[in-house]
Every structure is written in C-alpha cells, then in structure tokens.
Design a protein around this ligand. Structure first.
Ligand code: ZN
Ligand code: FE
Length: 257
C-alpha cells in the first residue's frame, strides 16, 4: 500500500500477470478501481478493507482489463473511452481526451494513449501524482501495437513523458524482467539501467511486484521513452533516423525478443 496526498493506492495482482489498482479516499470513503481483469482478487482486496467501489475506470477494451466489471460494478460509476464504448461492458460515463472528472476527490485528466489499441486511455491524477497507463507506458516497456501505428504510440508516450518526474506509473502487467533483459541488449552500458535491473531482479526473486514505478526511472531506463535521445540513437547506429523510426525499430525488435 502506498499513501500519496490524500489517497491510498493498493495494487491487486490478477490472472497470471495483470495488475488492477484501487484508489481510496478516506475523507469521502470513496474507492475507485482501475481496470478489472477478474473479480475475485479485487473483491477480496475490497472486503479486507471494508471498501465499496464508487468508480470503475477502464483503460481499454481487452478482456484482461474488463472481464471483471459486471461482477464488481454494484452501484459504481463505470467510466471508459467513448471510442471503445461499443466493445466494452456498459459505461455510465464515456470520456475523451481532455475530459476532467473527479474521482476519489481527485481531479482526474483523461489522456488518449492509443497505440496498443486505438481508444486506449490513461487516467492522470495530478494532485496524487498517479497515472494509470495499463498497456501504454509500462515498467521499462510499452504495450504491443495491436491496433495503432508506431507514430500513435510514440505520440502517446511523449504525452506521458511530459508528466512530472515524481508521477507514479501504474501499469497493467508484470512484464518488467523481460522488458529489462531486452533493454539491456540495446543499451548494455547504461548505468541507470544496470542498477534498475539489479533492483528488479532482487524484487522478483523475493516475489515482489515491480509495478508501479516512477516516471523519473522510466525516463532513464525505458528504451521506448528514449527514441529521441541522441546518445541512445548513437548506440543503435540510428543517429540520423527520425525519432518515430527509432521507436518503431525498438518496438519491432522487442516483438522478436
Ligand atoms: Zn491490452
Ligand atoms: Fe493487458
């Protein structure tokens, strides 16, 4: 459990490698769930704390993010992207980029982060320094491009990278060790990467989650955020390439890793 300004954050492992998140505001008693991979572990986490869901925020339509919604919704308000409304459980509120909603007393900004899917959104709570990114920006990685183009994902990652360094990045899967091993094949001399790989390996050996992470760490070590970094481009032998082409190269290499 992490306490940020005013709200508590609980990470709930689901399925084989998914994460759902609970945000709780003690002052109002409100509780939000971000993504619903399956109901049972989320309901258990709620029951253990005596919390009742007031909001369910959905990032994208994939089953491993929405399958638990109908079993959990109760009286909660279900929020998701207008672009995905036709292929998601019923929404009470359909949102688009630029919308601001209030969740657990926190101003929450909707950011379009298409790429993994078209219509994937992230939820940013600037007052709590939290961003829920699911399968867009991930710990040392980013989601596979199932629907969007490299240009769409690169643009999405630039929006997320522009958030404050201290932002806690709550992503959707425990893929970090594989992501780290891939990052090291590209950039073996990166000292920040070396020390993060050590920390991640230790955490995983102890059965601990490596999600959430901080945006500051992602900026230094996530190869998908560094496609415009001249030093990284040079290491890849792509100094003259466009940023988006460097991103596309790294994403394609990860698909084959
Ligand atoms: Zn997905
Ligand atoms: Fe997923």
């Amino acid at each position: 459990m992490t306490k940020t300004s005013g709200v508590e954050l609980v990470t709930v492992p689901c399925l084989s490698d998914n994460y759902a998140f609970l945000v709780h505001d003690a002052a109002s008693g409100q509780t939000a769930l971000i993504d619903a991979p399956e109901a049972a572990p989320i309901q258990a986490a709620l029951d253990a704390r005596g919390w009742v869901l007031t909001d369910i925020l959905l990032t994208h339509h994939h089953p491993d993010h929405v399958d638990g919604v109908d079993a959990l919704r109760g009286q909660a308000r279900v929020v998701g992207a207008a672009a995905d409304a036709h292929r998601m459980p019923a929404l009470d509120l359909a949102v688009v980029e630029g919308d601001t909603i209030t969740v657990c007393g926190q101003k929450t900004d909707v950011i379009d982060v298409s790429g993994h899917t078209v219509g994937h959104i992230a939820f940013h709570m600037p007052g709590a320094a939290l961003v829920f990114t699911a399968d867009s920006l991930m710990a040392m990685g980013c989601g596979r491009l199932f629907e969007g183009t490299p240009a769409q994902m690169w643009d999405s990652l630039l929006k997320l990278r522009a958030l404050p360094d201290e932002t806690v990045v709550c992503s959707g899967h425990e893929y970090t060790l594989s992501n780290a091993r891939f990052a090291q094949t590209l950039d073996p001399e990166n000292q920040a990467l070396k020390s993060r790989v050590t920390a991640i390996t230790t955490a995983r050996d102890a059965g601990q989650a490596t999600v959430p992470s901080t945006l500051a760490d992602e900026k230094q070590t996530n190869p998908f955020l560094r496609a415009d970094d001249p030093a990284f481009k040079a290491v890849l032998g792509m100094s003259e390439a466009r940023d988006v082409d460097v991103f596309a190269h790294v994403r394609a290499a990860k698909d084959k890793f």
